[in-house]
Design a protein around this ligand. Structure first.
Ligand code: NAD
Length: 276
């Protein structure tokens, strides 16, 4: 079930579930996390140029694929162009740099990391070029509010296939999710566990207890039942396994509604309107 996929607007299949490697150190730490995840059936890895671990991610992908006896085409790899590289030429160059560090011939998904004012449209033209030239399977954005998407779509040739944003029970992004759904943009959650801040929530604890599951599993299951791609981070083998064990139970409509009710429009990361 870990290999279950959503089909993006261009027909490319993306796993619903993957591993995020933000703040995972280059070297042994990231290599262990990625290899362990692949060993336990993960088929999607989310990194970014700014995480400064693409080389280790690349090495561990090669090892992990070999150990699992699977091909590159069975793994979905995402990276992101950083804010400093949001010009047309610089975004193209940033893509080549990421490929080189990862040691890959192409990425499955390349994202604009943040909607830096006055810059993201030029970068989008570069991603469109990469896509049209067949150098990347899918392109998308990250941290885009509705107004950023509207501005982008005014001139875009290609509608982003994905929008990856902060999403968890305290920030449920109802309007943005609906907008993305209407435009055929797959919604993807970052910091789905609110970086650990939700693990003592009494409502989530109660629901978890009922199912004999952990709070992390309940949250990640809520993502899937909402049609949201999710990429929790862990560098701990037990948690890597735990986070992926979410296909053997189902939240009821009432439980989904109670979790929806936890929204406080509260962020752990910056508001995209004030970040560049
Ligand atoms: P997260 O919500 O995935 O939380 C990760 C933290 O939760 C871990 O460090 C660990 O302390 C804890 N944790 C994980 N599994 C647990 C478990 N089973 N039980 C208890 N604690 C557990 O936070 P994140 O890393 O910020 O987000 C996930 C991924 O999203 C990142 O690694 C990155 O790939 C991506 N991301 C993207 C952006 C963006 O701007 N596009 C920003 C932040 C993160």
């Amino acid at each position: 079930h870990l290999q279950a996929t959503t089909t993006l607007s261009n027909g490319v299949r993306m796993p619903w579930f993957g591993l995020g490697v933000y703040k995972v150190e280059e070297g042994q730490e990231v290599e262990f996390a990625v290899r362990t995840a692949i060993k336990h059936g993960y088929r999607s890895i989310d990194t970014a140029a700014i995480y400064q671990n693409e080389e280790g991610v690349g090495r561990s992908i090669r090892q992990g694929l070999e150990e699992a006896g699977i091909g590159r085409d069975e793994l979905f790899v995402t990276s992101k162009v950083w804010n400093a590289d949001l010009g047309y030429e610089s975004a193209l160059a940033a893509y080549d740099t990421s490929l080189k560090k990862l040691g890959l011939e192409s990425l499955d998904l390349y994202l604009i990391h943040w909607p830096v004012k006055g810059k993201f449209k030029e970068a989008w033209r570069a991603l469109e070029t990469l896509y049209k030239e067949g150098r990347v399977k899918a392109i998308g954005v990250s941290n885009f509010h509705v107004h950023h998407l509207e501005e982008l779509l005014r001139d875009a040739e290609i509608v982003p296939m994905v929008n990856q944003v902060e999403f968890h029970p305290r920030l449920s992004q109802k309007e943005l999710r609906q907008y993305c759904q209407d435009k055929g943009i797959q919604f993807e959650a970052w910091s789905p566990l609110m970086q650990g801040q939700l693990l003592n929530d009494p409502v989530l604890e109660e629901i978890a207890g009922r199912h004999g599951k952990s709070v992390a599993q309940v949250i990640l299951r809520w993502d899937l039942q909402n049609g949201v791609v999710t990429i929790p981070k862990s560098i701990n083998e037990n948690r890597i396994v735990e986070n992926a064990s979410i296909y053997d139970f189902e939240l009821s409509g009432e439980e989904m509604a109670r979790i929806d009710g936890l929204n406080l429009d509260q962020r752990v990361g910056p508001d995209p309107d004030n970040f560049n």
